[in-house]
Design a protein around this ligand. Sequence first.
Ligand SMILES: Nc1ncnc2c1ncn2[C@@H]1O[C@H](COP(=O)(O)OP(=O)(O)O)[C@@H](O)[C@H]1O
Ligand SMILES: [Mg+2]
Length: 312
Amino acid sequence: MRDDTMTDSLKAKAQAAFKDLARDPGVPKPDPILVVDNVVRRFGGLTAVDVNHVEIQRGSITALIGPNGAGKTTFFNQLTGFDTADSGTWRFNERAMNGVPAHKVARYGMVRTFQLTKALSRLTVLENMRLGAQKQRGESFWRALVPGFWRGQEEEITERAEELLVRFKLDAKRDDFAGSLSGGQRKLLEMARALMVQPELVMLDEPMAGVNPALTQSLLGHVKDLREQGMTVLFVEHDMDMVRDISDWVIVMAQGAVIAEGPPSTIMSDERVIDAYLGAHHDAPLSEGELEAQLHEAEAELEAEIEEETQK
Ligand SMILES: Nc1ncnc2c1ncn2[C@@H]1O[C@H](COP(=O)(O)OP(=O)(O)O)[C@@H](O)[C@H]1O
Ligand SMILES: [Mg+2]
């Protein structure tokens, strides 16, 4: 456990790094963990992502905001190897990462969670956690679930999973199917699972979306905790109160590009940001039914993925 002085000093250190930075898109950071250049992703005639340059400061919590359809999720997909960019380079800890597949990206220490949670509903909470470790190692999906497969590693992995489940208050649910969890608990599980690889950079795509307000504070606490433990966090979020509460720096995307950067206290008064939000068409928040439908869709996708794995 860190004491409060330590916690304060880490937060202060994170914020001090941004103190005298210009508010320009792509502004260089004192100690970047991730440096991105010229990443472009097109879908037919639509340019979903076109980021010239952006740097993420090590040890900080950076929020990535922007209107719906700005390209935030697509950008995450490029960086983490879940989709292939048309062009561009990015370096994580000085290592070129373009073209590296997702499980290797995670093994190098850069993990992400999904806007729609990818918890496997027909596996238990503990199995989902163990799979988190396995996915990163590139082991076959089913072998990872075979008792005894892990041998030496098994105990270590189970131990780490159990520690994380306690930390995320999911230990009482360890043997329940992930499908029986609430939306918020799934988000917690997804975050816990991402930590199985002991990452350095954690990328969270709308970690609070669809979460019951009773769990929001707990999720926010966990995000802050990641920084206290020395990790770097990059997260996408719509709710500006939350962005102000937890982030040290904010990067704004619109129409695929980074259009502004700045501190959370003033970013929303930046003219470029106001224009971007006014110019964008606003989607109404998802209804319960729509959220449920999206979850089912995500599950169907995963089931197809499992199906594919079993055929190998
Ligand atoms: N697989 C895809 N095929 C075609 N268009 C896509 C695909 N994924 C995203 N898009 C489009 O790219 C744009 C950016 O989407 P997205 O990255 O999801 O935005 P955000 O996460 O900022 O809301 C949107 O116009 C979206 O419709
Ligand atoms: Mg998105």
